[in-house]
Design a protein around this ligand. Structure first.
Ligand code: PLP
Length: 338
């Protein structure tokens, strides 16, 4: 039994665990493809981030925090989820977003609706001096009489990874119920916290079921360092997390043209899965990871496993800034009647 730090219940969990019969027929090459529907953790709070925020909010409550400050791209899912949690908790939220001006669409629109204070920082300054900008934001909030807490990119640190240690425990229960003894577990990886939590959690609970992160930005070496650092930091604070050193697996061959941009094969895979199973992936994270998974299966990899579990980490609001490409990829089954 894992003993958890303070946690504020926010996510709609357990999320559904589903067998994808038609996707398995089409892309599984004899393997069964399952999906863990973490896109259904909540409506505007959907995706993987809320699992981390349950522990971040639990800590904030215990410490008397009333302001969360975090950062990310203009369309950051993590920033939107943080803004939503703050609105639910009655806390103030400041989002430090990388870009030129707020976009009135997708996640930025939701941030604005949730009442978050948006600080948009020019990309070069953001890359060169993010920590300073965040510290300045915290100082500004303190001057206003607030008690702020800075959450790092993606909520990925020793505290945030608890979200997917808990997610791994939930998944191991799903697997037992479905009669899946061992599986290869696949997730998109961006700031590494989801991968770190899953990797550590599965290594403690089901060591025969490896986790593979499909990178959407940096390379496998970057993730090896970041994921290991988050795991070690958590193990130092919570000794119950210690065990054999977990193996960190990252595939970095499907980043495509870069973070936030996708090629036509990804758009086509998203459209195909949506029509086949009624499940919507996004072009920034889950679409790339699922496309990579299908390509790897078809290349004969993951052959030691008859069961593959894809963690759907959400991100649906990301489709709207790629509408034109997705529209084209979906083909034309459309009649206009005058
Ligand atoms: C939809 C979605 N999937 C996956 C990820 C990757 O999670 P992590 O940042 O924990 O690596 C993110 C991160 O922003 C995300 O928004």
């Amino acid at each position: 039994m894992i003993s958890y730090p303070p946690r504020k219940s926010l996510a709609q969990t357990p999320t559904p665990f589903q067998f994808l019969a038609r996707a398995s027929d089409r892309w599984g090459h004899g393997k069964r493809i399952w999906i863990k529907r973490d896109d259904l953790t909540g409506a505007t709070l959907s995706g993987n981030k809320v699992r981390k925020l349950e522990f971040i909010a639990g800590h904030a409550l215990a410490e008397g925090i009333d302001t969360l400050i975090t950062c990310g791209g203009l369309q950051s899912n993590h920033a939107r989820a943080t803004a939503n949690v703050c609105a639910q908790m009655g806390w103030h939220c400041e989002l430090v977003l990388r870009g030129h001006k707020p976009q009135q669409t997708g996640n930025t629109l939701l941030d604005h609706l949730f009442g978050a204070e948006l600080t948009v920082v020019e990309p070069n300054r953001y890359s060169a001096g993010l920590e300073d900008v965040l510290e300045e934001a915290a100082a500004r909030q303190r001057r206003r009489g607030r008690v702020p807490m800075i959450i790092p990119t993606g909520g990925s640190d020793a505290l945030g990874i608890w979200g997917y240690i808990a997610g791994a425990e939930e998944l191991s229960g799903d697997m037992a119920t479905a009669g899946v003894e061992r599986a290869c577990i696949i997730s998109a990886t961006g700031s590494g916290g989801t991968q770190a939590g899953l990797t550590l959690g599965m290594s403690l609970l089901m060591p025969d079921s490896p986790v593979w992160g499909f990178a959407v930005c940096d390379d496998a070496d970057w993730f090896a360092t970041k994921v290991r650092a988050d795991i070690i930091a958590a193990q130092k604070i919570w000794t119950g997390l210690n065990g054999p050193e977990p193996k960190i697996n990252t595939h970095d061959g499907y980043i495509g043209p870069g973070y936030g941009r996708a090629d036509s094969a990804v758009y086509e895979r998203i459209a195909a899965l949506a029509a086949l199973e009624g499940i919507v992936l996004d072009p920034v994270y889950t679409g790339k990871a699922f496309h990579g998974l299908c390509q790897e299966i078809s290349a004969g990899n993951f052959n030691d496993f008859s069961d593959i579990i894809f963690i759907h980490t959400g991100g649906v609001f990301g489709i709207f800034s790629h509408g034109e490409q997705l529209w084209q990829a979906a083909g034309a089954l459309m009649t206009v009647v005058d």
